[in-house]
Design a protein around this ligand. Sequence first.
Ligand SMILES: Cc1ncc(COP(=O)(O)O)c(C=O)c1O
Length: 378
Amino acid sequence: MQFADAIRTTEFDAFYTFDPERLARATTAFVEAFPGKVLYAVKANPLPQVLSTARAAGVAGFDVASIAEALLVQAQVPGARCWFMNPAKSRRDIERSWRDLGLRDFVVDCAAELDKLLAVLPTHDASVRVYVRFHSGASDALYDLNSKFGASHEETLRLLQRIAAQTAWSTGLAFHPGSQTVSVEPYLGAMQTAARLIEQADASVSALDIGGGFPAPYDNMPVPPATSMLARLGEFVASSASLRRLELMCEPGRALVYDCMSLFARVILRKDDAVYCGAGIFGGLLPAQQFFRLPVRAWRDGRPIANTAADAQREFIVFGPTCDSNDRLAFPYALPSQLQEGDWIEFQHVGAYSESVRCAFNGFSVDHIVTLGAHELD
Ligand SMILES: Cc1ncc(COP(=O)(O)O)c(C=O)c1O
């Protein structure tokens, strides 16, 4: 379906747009600025068209958290390499990913997970690389992932030592400061820790994976472009004798995809300063439930509603269509005061963690994705 048809339709009350050019631009800029391999974190947006566009724009491979994500990648981008970087994997998935899907890169952050790898994978297979994920230290991420994963300094050294003593596998280090990390310092701090670990390790470490978490700008959270952080990280690696000989990689999700999709939700009811839309927090706007104010635009008759005077806007409470009172966006949104039933609200910057986490609660489902032509909505 073309955008011009979707915006005029009466068949559904919400749809996504996907802009491949934006995704390709962001990906290429990131790949060019990062001094190592860029692995796209599939969890941020697993749509087939996103995987193939990211690959064509230069990502070296894919960070997957599950067998299902690895299968998606293999179906869409045959031959692409996947890194299985979830620190909690079932035995069945470890075995199947190695045997049937050819995965060779795995992460652990504790002895129990390493025990599983040692029991399931052939210890003489020198093509296997196991990364030990360590606690990255202080983080300013909006979603700090260190409360769930990350070995202590001592445990990291023990795990590296066990792998070296019991297997022919190579070893790497990994960390993840958390999603929407808004400054470079947490990365630099964790890289200093990595350099210390390498100096103290009784094993040779050949790779460092600095995770994802690079930020995206939202209306309430302007941040410098992720690529400006990468220059600092590159300088740091170059200045460290322990780090510069390593194979370096990262796993960005959000920073690559955030602005390649918009979610159009029809106003299905207006009550004074409240609007009820065709999609809400269950239907793709979960990131806006708590943390983010998304950039928005209102549309009528196939065109954006022009802002004609300073008083032409007012603040609206935005609800989704379900019966759940949690289905409400965290922030009020400034929209044209003339907004009425039948108009559309375009929520921008929903490329990350929207399509991948939505559900059809109460029967409201966003099933249409319109691929845009070059500069179609600019
Ligand atoms: C292991 C791992 N890698 C990469 C990512 C991607 O993070 P982001 O989308 O913030 O870049 C995540 C996010 O949860 C993750 O858990």
